[in-house]
Design a binder for this molecule. Structure first.
Ligand code: ZN
Length: 327
């Protein structure tokens, strides 16, 4: 439920058939059927060109999808089912950080019409809607959402946009839960008991999601602060930890594969990321979508039942789409 695909398509906007040549092979090998394709605006575009870059990212998703028989942009549960029936990969457009909206709620309606079906208010920074949790155990601002952030949350529920609690600071997290009624999601995160930073979620927060029948997508690049512990088994530990706390119906996949972008960066930019956020530790046998069967195999080895594996890999997210998306 989280993949930085639109950002990369935008960076390669002069290219042709990028989706088919650079992404499809791994997605097919991994047997991936639904992707949350996240619009994200990098710092260097803020604030002036956020809206333009977001629109261009969506334009590239549409253009690349139109050029392929293998993908479908899906705006409803029915369209996701139809994509599965016709053996195409469903792309659900999401937004990570509402910077493209500026402070204009009308823009939310526009992005909804363009197909955005899930929104997280912030990345690991402050914007007009609220504050993101930081990559440290504490230290983000204590306050919750701004009035604009509250308006966005209310409007999302009315429109049928899934509200994603990934990245939001702890105060904002609770505030959003208190304002909403539908099952909440955390599209890509990890358990703080294994990696204690605000960007991940505590046992208490995990329980809050469980109480509301929400779903937590387990992230593959922040399973441990230590490279040597960033393993497929530790990824499974996160799944088991969440399932033990709130049940199998609330665990999903939020790989957030990022290595394909990271390796394109010069060393200076990789160092910048390490200084500003954290050094990502990629799991050797869970680095891209082609590795998904490794996860399935390990779930079987750890004696998860077929029914539970189906829920973790697919069924739980489908329930969220069915219960949350209008139409
Ligand atoms: Zn993220």
């Amino acid at each position: 439920m989280h993949f930085d695909l639109p950002m990369d398509l935008y960076e390669k906007r002069e290219g042709k058939d990028v989706l088919e040549t650079e992404f499809l092979p791994a997605l097919e090998t991994g047997n991936i059927s639904v992707i949350g394709a996240a619009i994200y605006i990098e710092d260097r575009y803020l604030p002036d060109t956020s809206l333009r870059v977001a629109l261009d990212q969506i334009a590239r998703v549409y253009a690349e999808t139109a050029a392929s028989q293998q993908f479908a942009i899906c705006k409803s549960f029915g369209e996701i089912q139809e994509a599965h029936r016709t053996r195409r990969i469903a792309l659900v457009i999401t937004m990570e950080g509402v910077e493209p909206l500026g402070t204009d709620l009308n823009q939310l309606r526009v992005f909804y019409e363009l197909g955005v079906r899930s929104i997280g208010l912030t990345h690991a920074r402050t914007n007009a809607a609220g504050h993101g949790g930081i990559f440290a155990a504490s230290g983000s601002p204590q306050e919750g959402l701004t009035a604009f952030g509250q308006d966005v949350v209310r409007e999302c529920e009315i429109l049928g946009i899934i509200i994603d609690l990934a990245h939001i600071n702890p105060t904002g997290f609770e505030e959003i839960l208190s304002m909403t009624t539908k099952p909440p999601i955390v599209s890509h995160t990890n358990a703080r008991c294994y990696y204690d930073i605000e960007r991940n979620i505590s046992d208490e927060q995990i329980k809050m999601i469980g109480e509301r029948r929400g779903v937590i997508g387990v992230n593959s690049i922040l399973v441990s602060p230590r490279a040597e512990e960033s393993t497929l088994d530790r990824y499974l530990d996160h799944i088991e930890h969440i399932a033990n706390l709130i049940g199998i119906d609330s665990v999903g996949i939020g790989f957030d594969f990022f290595e394909f972008i990271y390796r394109q960066w010069p060393e200076s930019r990789q160092k910048e990321l390490a200084a500003k956020l954290a050094t990502p530790h990629f799991i050797r046998d869970l680095t891209n979508h082609s590795h998904a069967p490794n996860l399935t195999r390990r779930l079987i080895e750890r004696r998860f039942s077929d029914t539970d594996i189906e829920k973790i890999l697919r069924g739980n997210w489908l329930r969220i789409f069915e219960e949350t998306l209008n139409g």
